[in-house]
Design a protein around this ligand. Structure first.
Ligand SMILES: Nc1ncnc2c1ncn2[C@@H]1O[C@H](COP(=O)(O)OP(=O)(O)OP(=O)(O)O)[C@@H](O)[C@H]1O
Ligand SMILES: [Mg+2]
Length: 493
């Protein structure tokens, strides 16, 4: 890709960018949220036309008009924001648009079989006839990945493929990547996770604010160097945890149950405390939080706030009890794509703007959070769907900060967020705790939980397997509890 320029109304997303990808290698694109990484690959696959510039593929100039054209030519992509057809089956999703046919009818049997074969090849245990909506985000992601590689492509683009995956799934993905490489497939990889980037990359290109910064072999670069290229400054403290006083008990959860996913979960949370929730995907952390927040039916147990039992049947009840929750899956539960940043920010707080609505106040509040979180956007009236993934996450965080909750639950708060903004979000969480708020952080990134939390609850298969204090905790210990087998769980409880 040579001298690629891409303009959106009011935004120059790419300004003379280049990228050159070699067969049989992993080429990673790096840059802060909004740097233009996703836009660059969208231009490549014909999802968006370039404003100017040249794309040369296998020695010929190309300009794909649709993603289907790109696919036919051998370029497939796993998108940053999943877009599965939730009501259809897994195999329908994998073969969407190229369903095998028997005469004029779809050959469901073949589809099921082919799908199973693809899954088995990489050891994925998913029933192809399961409805897509019944899968976890992680499983959906794996399905997307299988779909992309099933096209026999020459280039596979992965835009933050591991953001929803567990460690073992990430390992599976890396094995797939190795296999693709050995077949001469080029992989364009986008991720904010430094460790994994340095594990798998051959080449790394860095972008900043739509500008091309540099490309080099991974072995010539270090994490610190890449960060400097990305942000133009050094970041010294990723987890600026301030010490703050921990006060009285604010939340007590007793034997909480929700079907099989949450079984007799008990824990307490104090004023000014940041409580981490660790575990592998499927451990029931998200489901526990959804039950507390009223998104999922509680089948047993009690919740107390400030010593009084509270009854939460819906998110509205939770908000009324001053509990806020930033959900894990921003596409499904969070953003309203066609609405503006302003409306998305004030959404959980609408009632406070009176009637008729005080839209000036709305704008002021939104603007304040755009500045505080460093959200990159041309204006607060921009539809949130136009923002880069990481910037959408910041808008959602702003939504919950604005409701000024006593208890803020954040589920994977920094997923898809660049290193600079990550440190900002950790600072904000720590500041909130300092102001006497209580915070629950669910995160699959162990360094994150270790960095921000005062205590860490570890779950496995719907059960709490351990609760660790800041002094005693380590990655090894968390992993031990996260993988503890059932027979020993009783002893810990
Ligand atoms: N459809 C669109 N309309 C208007 N502006 C857009 C559109 N898509 C992207 N942009 C803008 O282009 C810029 C680059 O966005 P892009 O999504 O490529 O960033 P990114 O590097 O992928 O960031 P992230 O790490 O957050 O995913 C951003 O300023 C974004 O707001
Ligand atoms: Mg992106």
């Amino acid at each position: 890709m040579q001298d690629i320029v891409k303009e959106f109304p009011g935004v120059k997303a790419l300004n003379g960018v280049q990228l050159s990808v070699r067969p049989g290698t992993v080429h990673t694109l790096m840059g802060e949220n909004g740097a233009g990484k996703s836009t660059l690959v969208k231009c490549l696959i014909g999802m968006q036309p370039v404003t100017s510039g040249k794309i040369i593929y296998k020695g010929k100039e190309v300009a794909f008009k649709t993603t289907q054209e790109a696919l036919n030519a051998g370029i497939s992509m796993i998108h940053q924001e999943l877009s599965p057809v939730l009501e259809r089956s897994v195999s329908d999703n994998v073969f969407l648009g190229r369903e095998p046919k028997k005469g004029i009818f779809l050959d469901y049997k073949k589809m099921h079989g082919d799908c199973l074969e693809l899954f088995e090849k990489i050891g994925l245990k998913i029933d192809p006839s399961e409805k897509m909506k019944n899968l976890t985000v992680a499983k959906m992601q794996m399905v997307e990945i299988v779909k992309a590689i099933s096209y026999d492509a020459s280039i596979v683009i992965m835009d933050e493929p591991t953001s929803a995956l567990t460690e073992s799934e990430v390992e599976d993905l890396f094995k797939i990547i190795e296999e693709l490489k050995s077949k001469g497939v080029a992989i364009i990889y986008i991720s904010h996770k430094m460790e994994e980037i340095f594990r798998i990359s051959d080449d790394i290109s860095v972008f900043r604010d739509g500008e091309y910064v540099t490309t080099d072999r991974a072995e010539n670069l270090t994490q610190d160097k890449v960060i400097e290229f990305m942000v133009g400054r050094e970041i010294t403290d990723m987890f600026p945890k301030k010490h703050c006083e921990i006060g009285e008990e604010v939340l007590k959860v007793e034997n909480l149950c929700s079907g099989k996913a949450v079984q007799n979960v008990s824990f307490t949370l104090c004023k000014g405390e940041i409580l981490g929730f660790a575990g592998l995907v499927g451990a029931g952390r998200t489901e526990t939080m959804e039950t507390i927040f009223g998104m999922r039916k509680k089948t047993g147990g009690k919740i107390y706030k400030d010593g009084k039992e509270i009854h939460i049947k819906s998110p509205e009840d939770a908000i009324r009890n001053r509990i806020g929750m930033l959900t894990e899956d921003r596409r499904g539960n969070g953003i309203v794509g066609i609405l503006s940043i302003k409306m998305n920010t004030v959404l959980a707080h609408l009632k406070s703007y009176g009637f008729p609505i005080n839209s000036r106040k709305m704008a002021e509040d939104t603007q304040a959070y755009v500045e505080r979180l460093g959200t990159k956007t041309p204006s607060i009236e921009t539809p949130i769907g136009n923002l880069s993934g990481g910037n959408q996450q910041k808008v959602l965080l702003a939504r919950w900060l604005l409701t000024d909750p006593d208890i803020l639950i954040v589920d994977e708060p920094t997923r898809g967020i660049d290193v600079g903004a990550k440190a900002e979000i950790h600072t904000i969480l720590s500041e909130l705790a300092g102001m006497g708020k209580s915070i629950i952080v669910v995160s699959s990134e162990l360094p994150e939980v270790l960095g921000v939390a005062d205590r860490i609850v570890v779950m496995r298969e719907g059960v709490v397997t351990g609760c660790l204090g800041r002094e005693e905790v380590s990655q090894e210990l968390i992993m031990k509890y996260a993988t503890l087998d059932k027979s020993k769980q009783k002893a810990v409880q």
